[in-house]
Design a protein around this ligand. Structure first.
Ligand code: CA
Length: 230
């Protein structure tokens, strides 16, 4: 794991110790920041592969730190926060966090979330019978370069949005249920939920709107989502 570097942003020394000890035992490389300013500076100088982010920081609110990072970086961010309300979670995910862990957390859960990020970064897994380029109406996905264009304009998707899009594209025309999507994106045994999925899908659908204000992805309330075949 030496080439996988994790930036930990946490002002609570005991939690910082718990995380660094866990990462050390599991042979992850890491750097740490005790406040938002330091986090932003380490993020630009060290290009971490994953950021573990506390929200309650002494200088800048974690949400603001995420917002700033997202203006120039797509590095996966997992929030570890004592704020456990749905609204806090939705705000963090809306701002661009990839996952959310509520304190107190178990180290096994933390490690599972890190492994899930690593799996997501290995996208897309292509079989020989799959096309290298997917085309549906004005949408084009080039799997080799992970480039997505709509009406010839490049779309900037987060890693999860890209993975969701690939899953829907692979099953274009079919309705995929919430649990099917959660299983395929987050993997079995990883706790994720319909609330988070809804946030990601809303973002993805917004980006996939064409000039005619149509989205390629349809919502089936209470069931799931479907990519329409054009
Ligand atoms: Ca804190």
């Amino acid at each position: 794991m030496k080439d996988f570097k994790i930036l930990i942003v946490e002002d609570d020394k005991s939690i910082m110790n718990l995380i660094t000890t866990t990462l050390k035992i599991n042979q992850y490389a890491y750097i740490n920041a005790g406040n938002g300013t330091e986090a932003l500076s380490l993020c630009t100088s060290h290009h971490p592969d994953l950021i573990l982010m506390d929200l309650g920081l002494p200088d800048i609110d974690g949400i603001e730190v995420i917002r700033t990072i997202r203006t120039w970086s797509m590095t996966p961010i997992v929030v570890i926060s004592a704020r456990g309300e749905d609204e806090d979670k939705i705000e963090a995910l809306d701002t661009g966090a990839d996952d959310y862990l509520t304190k107190p957390f178990s180290v096994n859960e933390l490690l599972a979330r890190i492994r899930a990020v690593q799996r997501r970064l290995q996208y897309p897994v292509m079989n020989n019978d799959e096309q290298a380029v997917f085309v549906n109406g004005d949408l084009k996905i080039d799997y080799a370069s992970s480039l997505v264009t709509l009406e010839e304009k490049q779309l900037h998707l987060t890693p999860i949005e890209y993975k969701l899009l690939c899953l829907l594209a692979k099953n274009a025309g079919k309705v995929l249920t919430h649990s099917y999507i959660i299983d395929h994106i987050w993997g079995n045994g990883i706790e994720s939920d319909i609330v988070s999925l809804r946030v990601y899908m809303t973002g993805l659908r917004k980006k996939l709107k064409t000039e005619k204000e149509e989205s390629l992805i349809q919502t089936h309330i209470g069931i799931g989502y479907q990519m329409i075949r054009m």
